[in-house]
Ligand binder design. Structure first.
Ligand code: PAF
Length: 280
């Protein structure tokens, strides 16, 4: 049985003892509904730190609508079972008061990186993410943290936040894990109706085709209209963005003239999916 800790005092006591013994501490922050993508982070963490904490907290501050928060899958017991084979040292499942006590009045905001891509469509989302992640970093006192490249913008934002605030933690990105049909794993995939689930891999397929064309020297201006039409044809209701950005710093690009990332967000079957892929 993995130990579940629900308050920061108990968490601190564990971490203090580990650090006193000279052990390194890793953290994998999650909102639960764990899938193989999360478990790949946990696997990497167990190889990269002496002690590993997995946090599970469905963070209300990063949801844009009450229904999205309400519908978010909550599967704490199944999550704890999935972690057993990895021998993690603690699962931290804080109650809301441990994170946002009465009168909580602070928000962590990263300028620039958060106003583009998902940030342009989800106002306040990244402030919610950086506020909770900074708290989880400080509460766990971890030396290293693992995040999925599936949320590529989040990874960049969290890195910048830790650097700017001098939080002494190394933020490590891990490759996206995909279903056999190419769909990037996400807790939101559970919400897809069957027909939308069958069509959803079209997004990754289109993006892979674009990435090949961009690597061969084509431009976004030449490729975007065709890709958006192909997604509409596949049943996507709305493409929020489909953009090429510098892998480091996320400057908008037309051509892959430096290490780049193709990023997309689109709606299908009432569910918002995001994906990204390295280019060049
Ligand atoms: O990626 C997520 O699951 C969340 O955004 C995170 C990092 C756990 C913060 O709530």
């Amino acid at each position: 049985m993995t130990e579940i800790l629900r308050d920061k005092a108990a968490l601190r006591a564990r971490v203090t003892a580990w650090k006193r013994a000279g052990e390194t501490v890793g953290v994998v922050p999650t909102m639960g509904a764990l899938h193989q993508g999360h478990l790949s982070l946990v696997q990497a963490a167990t190889a990269g730190a002496d002690r590993v904490i997995v946090t599970i907290f469905v963070n209300p501050k990063q949801f844009n609508t009450p229904s999205d928060l309400e519908n978010y899958p909550r599967t704490e017991h199944a999550d704890a079972d999935k972690l057993v084979p990895f021998g993690v040292d603690a699962v931290y499942v804080p109650g809301p008061d441990e994170i946002y006590p009465d009168g909580f009045a602070t928000s962590v905001h990263v300028e620039g990186l958060t106003g583009i891509l998902c940030g342009a469509f989800r106002p306040g989302h990244f402030d919610g993410v950086t506020t909770v992640v900074s708290k989880l970093f400080l509460q766990t006192g971890a030396d290293r943290a693992w995040f999925g490249e599936k949320d590529y913008q989040q990874l960049q934002v969290v890195r910048r936040m830790a650097r700017d605030l001098d939080i002494p933690i190394e933020v490590i990105g891990c490759p996206t894990v995909r279903e056999p049909d190419g769909l990037a794993l996400s807790s939101r995939n559970l919400l897809l109706p069957a027909d939308a689930r069958a069509r959803a891999p079209a997004m990754g397929r289109e993006m892979r085709g674009m990435a090949e064309a961009l690597t061969a020297g084509r431009s976004m201006a030449e490729l975007t209209a065709h890709a958006s039409a192909a997604l509409a044809q596949a049943g996507f209701d709305k493409v929020e963005y489909l953009e090429l950005r510098a892998a480091d710093g996320l400057a908008l690009l037309d051509r892959a003239d430096r290490p780049a990332r193709l990023l997309a967000a689109a709606w299908i079957g009432g569910v918002r999916l995001i994906d990204n892929i390295a280019v060049g």
